[in-house]
Ligand binder design. Structure first.
Ligand code: HEC
Ligand code: HEC
Ligand code: HEC
Ligand code: HEC
Ligand code: HEC
Length: 408
């Protein structure tokens, strides 16, 4: 053999090559072993057995084997959930254990699996093929399965499976009501009844005293101050506690305590967390128009008030939070007191005249008048005049109510 080197030591090429060969063989064996060990093979085998038992061997031969995937290009989702959850569109397994159970029919009738996949509603990690990873119970996966078990962990007061509705609302955000999303519907009703838009922009309109909530669900966990929160340190827990008592979490905030029940606070938290930047294509957005519609009654009532004696309060925006019932102005939210008797009330509550109060307001009004409704000294004078007019009307109405005969 030709000698290629002058080195006195034996060449090490051959042992190295031998070692590489052995490592490759072991690696391949390990890979095959770990691949065989995936649970999904077991679930597929078991499901095939169940089909054979119920419908015969011939049907069982039709059960697809190997990795299954639903690819929805528009939603950028490749969901392999059906690798294990094979029974989804089979009839006859309505009572079987997961993952062998038939899917409830209603949601998939309006949302075909081919167009929606699974994770758009359920969350989870679509391409994963092991149970924990697929269900998203792993580090750094931001979309866990919004399941009944997670609902139990979060001690939901109502339907334990309600967390999934956060995902429904990525597409159904502009619906006033979505059948099947009871918690979200409750929260949307509360947002309207309580007049959150007096202080917050939501979906494009509202006040500026509090932060814009349109994308509040995008806030990362690191952006929350959990220092005043006992118990679970999650965004969900933070919002629930904040809704129950805003001041306990955000010192000195002017957000009112609405005395929400646990169920209401949880529903509102789900709604707030569902408000994310939605990058779903237009055809996946249910409901038109793409703004929160105001009902014809609401618009008509506002129009009527604009032409009545209280129009200044409507035009200036005070009516967003205050009724002035003496002048026929009714606030949808009623966050502040009725201003009909403010002239007298301010004197007794704050010990100052109405002029002094508006010149130097305290509490919520100091935020309102510095952030949301900026009035010039001239306009403040007008405000005082209007409040005095309202008070005069209030006294006249009260007098005639006490002595109905005198007005005859
Ligand atoms: C490797 C197999 C496997 C894959 C892949 C898988 N699952 Fe599951 N799934 C299971 C098993 C087993 C159960 C029942 C036990 C459990 O809850 O962990 C289950 C239960 C569930 C439940 C009920 C959970 C509850 O807490 O009520 C839902 C919902 C679910 N899976 C959705 C999904 C979705 C969505 C995907 C795709 C992102 C998925 N699964 C992928 C095996 C799988
Ligand atoms: C349009 C939204 C939607 C899509 C898409 C969807 N599901 Fe569901 N899924 C639901 C709803 C709603 C329920 C019923 C929840 C309930 O009963 O409270 C449900 C129930 C389930 C359950 C039973 C959960 C339980 O707690 O008992 C499983 C498992 C499941 N789905 C898996 C899947 C898989 C796998 C896919 C994809 C092939 C899928 N789903 C696609 C909305 C959806
Ligand atoms: C990826 C977007 C998307 C998700 C997620 C989604 N939907 Fe839908 N949904 C739609 C679209 C699009 C329609 C068809 C609406 C239309 O034709 O105007 C629809 C239709 C419906 C309908 C029929 C009534 C109607 O408005 O036309 C109901 C009820 C419904 N969805 C409830 C739900 C519930 C409950 C969930 C969560 C479990 C959910 N949706 C999740 C996009 C979505
Ligand atoms: C009088 C004004 C006011 C009203 C009415 C009000 N809020 Fe707030 N809200 C605030 C202010 C100010 C903050 C910021 C300080 C804090 O966290 O409390 C805030 C904070 C929030 C936050 C946290 C935002 C974030 O970035 O973390 C949410 C969510 C919220 N409000 C929702 C609501 C909802 C829902 C309603 C109606 C039920 C409502 N608010 C009514 C003033 C208001
Ligand atoms: C975002 C909601 C909001 C808006 C808009 C608003 N207010 Fe207020 N206002 C309040 C709240 C809440 C209080 C109660 C404050 C407190 O007790 O500290 C209040 C209190 C007052 C008071 C004291 C009333 C009393 O009986 O003690 C006056 C006067 C007043 N507002 C006038 C106005 C005027 C005038 C405007 C329009 C230029 C206006 N407010 C707009 C929320 C608002």
């Amino acid at each position: 053999m030709e000698k290629r080197t002058n080195s006195p030591y034996p060449s090490i090429d051959r042992p190295v090559m031998a070692l590489v060969g052995v490592v490759l063989v072991i690696g391949t064996a390990l890979f095959m072993w770990s691949d065989r060990a995936h649970d999904w093979r077991y679930y597929q085998m078991e499901f095939t057995r169940m089909v054979a038992e119920q419908f015969g061997e011939e049907k069982a031969a039709d059960v697809p084997t190997g990795l299954q995937q639903i690819w929805v290009a528009d939603l950028e989702r490749a969901d392999r959930c059906t690798t294990c959850h094979q029974a989804i569109s089979w009839k006859g397994f309505e009572k079987a254990e997961h993952p062998y159970r038939t899917h409830p029919a209603a949601p998939l009738k309006t949302h075909q699996v081919e167009d929606f996949g699974c994770t758009s509603c359920h969350g989870g990690q679509g391409w994963a093929i092991d149970t924990a990873a697929a269900h998203g119970q792993v580090a750094h996966w931001e979309e866990p399965l919004l399941s009944r078990s997670l609902g139990e962990d979060y001690t939901l007061a109502g339907d334990k499976n309600a967390l999934m509705q956060m995902n429904c609302n990525t597409c159904h955000r502009y619906d006033r009501e979505t059948a099947g999303a009871t918690a979200i519907n409750l929260a949307k009703r509360l947002v309207n009844e309580k007049g959150c838009r007096a202080c917050h922009v939501i979906n494009g309109f509202g006040g500026t005293i509090g932060p814009d909530l349109t994308e509040v669900g995008e806030k990362a966990p690191e952006q929350y101050d959990f220092s005043r929160l006992s118990g679970q340190k999650t965004a969900f827990a933070w919002h629930v506690a904040h809704f129950k008592d805003p001041r306990a979490l955000a010192e000195g905030t002017v957000m009112p305590n609405f005395n929400f029940s646990t169920e209401q606070a949880q529903a509102l938290s789900m709604l707030a967390l569902s408000w994310r930047r939605h990058d779903v294509p237009a055809r996946y957005l249910a409901g038109a128009p793409r703004i929160d519609p105001r009902s014809p009654e609401e618009l008509a009532a506002e129009e009527a008030m604009k032409t009545g004696p209280g129009r200044w309060f409507v035009d200036t925006g005070c009516f967003v939070c205050h009724s002035i019932s003496a002048l026929g102005v009714k606030s949808p939210a009623q966050i502040g007191p009725d201003l009909s008797n403010a002239v007298e009330d301010v004197q007794s509550r704050f010990g100052v005249t109405i002029d002094a109060f508006l010149a130097n307001p305290t509490g919520t009004m100091s935020v309102v008048l510095s952030r949301q409704i900026i009035l010039t000294p001239e306009q403040k004078k007008t405000a005082v005049e209007k409040l005095r007019e309202a008070f005069a009307e209030y006294q006249r109405q009260r007098a005639s109510a006490e002595n109905p005969t005198r007005t005859q």
